[in-house]
Design a binder for this molecule. Structure first.
Ligand SMILES: [Zn+2]
Length: 189
């Protein structure tokens, strides 16, 4: 039964481009999938909220502006925070200038940690490898075979990237809500 589901999931994952960053091979029945594991999170209730956002991002179901625009002709794919370029996952996680102050301390922490543990700097990685590290670090060696992370390093990378994703999501949501409220006030006048 177990081998059936392992084979089925690893096989089916290949046909969904939105699951490109998810490490489907890490699926083991009765074992917690690494990126939803709260065991090492010192704030499990906040961690649980963060996992929801992380899962949406890694499975391509997070509603970025480019995705919204693909559903309706009334929406533009341009980022509503910075107005510079389309907002996709890469823009949100790595590029949007408005979120740089939020992003920087987490990426610095990730970089310091990686240099200490692997001698490889986060900032020397390609954009795709950086995205992979943030979204599901257990699949990093699919992008960079020379990077092998042990379980403890994976857990720490996951904790940092989980917090990063949640912080970016929270500030993005708050800023977009503020923009909406301002528009409502203008319309009332
Ligand atoms: Zn932006």
């Amino acid at each position: 039964m177990d081998s059936y589901w392992i084979q089925r999931i690893t096989h089916d994952c290949r046909f969904y481009s939105s699951l490109n960053h998810l490490n489907c091979e890490a699926f083991l029945p009765r074992n917690c999938y690494p990126i939803i594991d709260l065991k090492y999170d010192n704030n499990p209730s906040k961690g649980a909220l963060s996992i929801g956002i992380k899962l949406k991002l890694v499975t391509g179901t997070y509603m970025t502006q480019d995705k919204r625009a693909s559903f309706t002709k009334y929406e533009s794919p341009t980022c509503k925070l910075c107005d510079e370029g389309d907002e996709d996952i890469e823009h949100l996680l790595l590029k949007c200038k408005i979120l740089e102050n939020i992003r920087h301390p987490f990426l610095k922490q990730l970089d310091d940690f990686l240099i200490r543990e692997t001698t490889i700097s986060f900032y020397n990685m390609t954009t795709d490898t950086r995205l992979q590290l943030i979204l599901d670090c257990t699949k990093i060696n699919h992008r960079r075979p020379d990077i092998i992370l042990n379980k403890q390093v994976e857990q720490n990378c996951e904790l940092i990237s989980r917090k990063l994703c949640f912080a970016l999501h929270s500030i993005r949501a708050r800023t977009l809500n503020q923009q909406k409220e301002k528009k409502k006030v203008k319309l009332k006048r």
